[in-house]
Design a protein around this ligand. Structure first.
Ligand SMILES: NC(=O)c1ccc[n+]([C@@H]2O[C@H](COP(=O)([O-])OP(=O)(O)OC[C@H]3O[C@@H](n4cnc5c(N)ncnc54)[C@H](O)[C@@H]3O)[C@@H](O)[C@H]2O)c1
Length: 252
């Protein structure tokens, strides 16, 4: 497609399968010349990731609930590939029972878990990532409109996304002196593994699709285009921002 990301090495965290938003981002970054390295959560995810990426040495285990796992993963990346120019954080998790009904039913543990994996993990990734990120470099994360509006059943995840977006702003301020920009993409609803955990996800996807400007859901490649832009030097002035890639759903 172009040489926009030629010479850039990007670490991609969060490809579970070919439907993952991180995979759409990966495709667009590769097509624009980037070299990619991938982390996977566990052996199960590694198996499905291996169907998309055949080079074993480009796959590194990393469970973001564990600091040591992040630190080890980034050390390994550094040993194998040297420093990187960007990190894509496309990771979120909440227990299924937290993603339905009323927010008052949220348990203390379930709330904390959603915050830990879906919001704090970006801070941990930035902390250990600092050691392997070039100057300049870019961190991109994925968020959702449920951070601002009370979307049915999204509950603790909406609160976690609000935390994630605030974390983007604080990280952008503090990472700037190391030459790292931090931004988020607020993607429209897309049918992925993560979405199927939400009660009534089919209605959510349908409602979202009806509200796009052309009645068709945004695709993972369309989200990926903005990811490629945010990883590139074209976006050098974009710092601590949340960019909507939802085909206008947030407007209506
Ligand atoms: N699908 C949507 O409609 C939508 C919309 C906006 C934002 N997002 C966000 O996009 C991101 C990617 O999700 P997706 O929809 O592509 O689903 P997905 O299920 O394909 O990806 C989620 C990823 O998170 C990883 N993950 C979960 N817990 C982890 C842990 N402890 N350590 C390491 N990795 C872990 C999973 O392995 C998986 O690869 C998430 O942050 C999600 O909230 C999704």
């Amino acid at each position: 497609m172009s040489d926009l990301l030629k010479g850039k090495k990007i670490l991609v965290m969060g490809v579970a399968n070919k439907r993952s938003i991180a995979w759409g981002c990966s495709q667009m970054m590769m097509e624009n010349g980037a070299e990619l390295i991938f982390t996977y959560q566990n052996d199960r995810i590694k198996k499905s990731l291996s169907r998309l990426v055949s080079e074993e040495e480009k796959l590194v285990e990393c469970d973001v609930s564990d600091d040591a796992s992040i630190e080890n993963a980034f050390k390994l990346v550094n040993e194998r590939f040297g420093k990187v120019d960007g990190i894509l954080h496309a990771i979120a998790f909440a227990n299924k029972e937290e993603l339905g009904g009323e927010i008052m039913q949220a348990s203390r543990e379930g709330y904390a878990l959603a915050q830990d994996i879906s919001a704090y993990s970006l801070i941990a990734v930035a902390k250990y990532g600092r050691e392997i990120l070039n100057d300049p470099s870019s961190i991109v994360t994925l968020t959702y409109f449920g951070s601002e509006r009370a979307i049915p059943n999204y509950n603790v995840m909406g609160v976690a996304k609000a935390s994630l977006e605030a974390s983007v702003r604080y990280l952008a301020r503090d990472m700037a002196k190391y030459g790292t920009r931090v931004n988020a993409i607020s993607a429209g609803a897309i049918k992925t593994l993560a979405v199927t955990g939400i009660k009534g996800h089919s209605e959510l996807l349908k409602m979202s699709e009806e509200r796009t400007v052309d009645g068709e859901s945004v695709t993972i490649r369309e989200v990926g285009g903005t990811c490629a832009f945010l990883m590139s030097d074209l976006s050098i002035g974009v710092v601590g921002d949340v960019i909507y890639v939802d085909k206008g759903v947030h407007l209506i």
